[in-house]
Ligand binder design. Structure first.
Ligand code: DSN
Length: 402
């Protein structure tokens, strides 16, 4: 067997045997994998449906139009661009559509849960635009009065919301009101919570925001890729030319086909039930950890933060590595007010999107919390903990059967 296929088999085994708690990961259905691995990868289709730079696009035109229509139907919006290769590309194109180079963005302090493309000095974002930041309050929550106060001082072109490590719901209506008071455009990066929004388990930003961006592979449970939504006819023209030809070349029509299927799957009762269960599992795990004495946030969505420094006297990096030894995958994460560097951190970010897809239930979520607590406080051996992980995951659905 070719080495690459050997390694894919090993990765499949790792995914099946482990408890995947990285909040931004998920497992796709067989039909989405088939579309993503299809012959559509052979086709060049620069441009948009019925406006391509290449011949032979009659079928990919229909596929991309179905993906656009499905996205609009799912989120109740007028226009969608389904071509961004990732959330970062979607954000880059959206900034360009919303403001001139050098424009000012007010976004969340990155260590409080923002994303690299929300103004980090290692990302393109801070090189082409000026970023100023609003912090979370002492309870780790959004302080809308403080956002307004800063917006009045800074007069940003754009106010950005939607985060990578924020465990509470976001009041998009309030953010729209702030934008209107200071004359700013409203952009929302809903990548993490898009599945919850699709299932009506989190208020939607679509009626309020000028532009909403997302990835399609997190809680939406689709292929790895990006998405941009708007209700504004002028903005969609700017978005389209910012995606292609400004930032990207040929669209990935195999991935676009998989996105079309994902948006269809997300519009079902089965998906809504999945999101309900995902949120219950996340809350059960965070509350169980808290009841055991660990310092963790609560959760109003699909993730929470565990302060491993206060709870176990170890860094996020050490905790992540330790859990990986027993087949539990998480990621180290800054917590609000963190004094350690992003390479170490004081926390872990924990999410239940992936394991809930495999059949994790509330009882399992409690067992996972206990296992994390006992292993990080050295109360059970590696062998015993690993046995518990394998016992649980062997009862869940295998990822190739989803
Ligand atoms: N890297 C993603 C996450 O894990 O949240 C964000 O793009």
């Amino acid at each position: 067997m070719n080495k690459i296929f050997e390694l894919i088999e090993q990765e499949q085994l790792r995914q099946n045997r482990g408890i995947e708690l990285i909040a931004s990961e998920n497992y796709v259905s067989k039909q989405i994998r088939e579309a993503a691995g299809s012959i559509l990868t052979n086709k060049y289709a620069e441009g948009y449906p019925n406006k391509r730079y290449y011949g032979g696009c009659e079928f990919v035109d229909q596929i991309e139009q179905i993906a656009i229509d499905n996205a609009c139907k799912l989120f109740g919006c007028k226009y969608a661009n389904v071509q961004p290769h990732s959330g970062s590309q979607a954000n880059a194109a959206s900034y360009r559509a919303l403001m001139p180079e050098g424009g000012k963005v007010l976004s969340l302090v990155l260590n409080d849960g923002g994303h690299l493309t929300h103004g980090s000095n290692v990302s393109f974002s801070s090189h082409f635009y000026e970023f100023v930041f609003y912090p979370l309050n002492k309870d780790g929550k959004l302080d809308y009065d403080e956002i307004l106060r800063l917006a009045e001082i800074e007069k940003p072109n754009v106010i950005l919301s939607g985060y990578s490590a924020y465990p509470y719901q976001i009041d998009f209506k309030k953010i729209r009101e702030i934008c209107d008071k200071v004359g700013a455009k409203m952009m929302v990066d809903m990548a993490h919570i898009a599945g919850l929004i699709a299932a009506n388990k989190h208020p939607s930003p679509v009626p309020y925001a000028d532009i909403v961006t997302s990835t399609t592979h997190k809680t939406l449970r689709g292929p790895r890729g990006g998405l941009i939504l708007t209700n504004n006819e002028e903005l969609i023209k700017k978005i389209n030319s910012a995606v292609f030809p400004f930032y990207q070349g040929g669209p990935l029509e195999h991935i676009i086909a998989a996105k079309a299927l994902c948006f269809e799957e997300d519009n079902t009762k089965e998906f809504k039930d999945y999101v309900t269960s995902l949120m219950e599992n996340t809350l059960t795990c965070s509350e169980t950890l808290r009841s055991l004495g660990a310092k963790a946030t609560s959760s109003e969505n699909h993730l929470f933060l565990l302060d491993v420094m206060t709870s176990f006297g170890i860094t996020g990096l050490v905790a992540q590595k330790k859990l990986e030894e027993i087949g539990i995958t998480t990621n180290k994460n800054m917590i609000p007010g963190d004094t350690l560097s992003p390479k170490e951190t004081s926390g872990l970010r924990i999410g239940f999107a992936a394991v809930t897809t495999r059949g994790c239930n509330k009882e399992n979520a409690k067992e996972i919390a206990t296992l994390i607590y006992e292993y990080l406080s050295d109360k059970i051996s590696k062998e015993e903990a690993n046995k518990k992980v394998l016992n649980m995951t062997s009862k869940w659905k295998q990822i190739q059967e989803l």
